[in-house]
Design a binder for this molecule. Structure first.
Ligand SMILES: [Zn+2]
Length: 169
């Protein structure tokens, strides 16, 4: 059981077309992390404290932002297609929080509300939710549907990426 406290910074990360906006844990100023530099060490533009990679799921409400993240992110996206009325999605949400926290800088965990970002949901042909998809280099690598614990989500993502790497070499 984790006793780790959630800081304000973890819950406040947002995104726009130019990247993820994360508050500095030291001074609280908002810092922008470009999608293309996710996974690298970045320092706060104000106080120079190191800014960690996003360690909580990032909500994306705009298809243009999703496309930027999907095509430019230096780390693979783990995309949660969900909707507020979906009970199983609410069960997956805390598992994804754990995955995001344990894999900061390795994956960017992204939440896509299929009722809001309908064109992305249509393009991915999402028919049941929750659907979790690994997206890297603008392409979907693999997906799974349904509720599973954080350990299985991590195993799915690792397996999908290993298979994609093997295919590419
Ligand atoms: Zn700072």
């Amino acid at each position: 059981m984790s006793t780790q406290e959630r800081t304000d910074g973890r819950s406040q990360a947002t995104s726009d077309r130019n990247g993820v906006i994360v508050p500095c844990a030291s001074c609280g100023r908002a810092n922008r992390l470009a999608f293309s530099t996710l996974g690298k060490t970045v320092r706060c533009g104000h106080c120079k404290a190191p800014i960690g990679a996003p360690s909580s799921p990032i909500e994306i409400n705009d298809s243009a932002v999703f496309d930027e993240a999907a095509s430019k992110s230096a780390v693979p996206l783990l995309v949660d297609f969900w909707a507020p009325w979906c009970g199983p999605c609410r069960m997956v949400a805390p598992e994804l929080e754990r995955v995001a926290q344990a894999n900061a800088g390795r994956y960017l965990v992204v939440k896509v509300n299929t009722d809001v970002v309908t064109d992305v949901a249509a393009r991915f042909a999402i028919r049941s939710i929750p659907t979790l998809a690994v997206v890297f280099g603008g392409r979907e690598i693999e997906r799974v549907t349904g509720v599973r614990p954080a350990s299985e989500i991590e195993a799915f993502a690792a397996r999908a990426l290993a298979a994609a790497t093997a295919r590419a070499s």
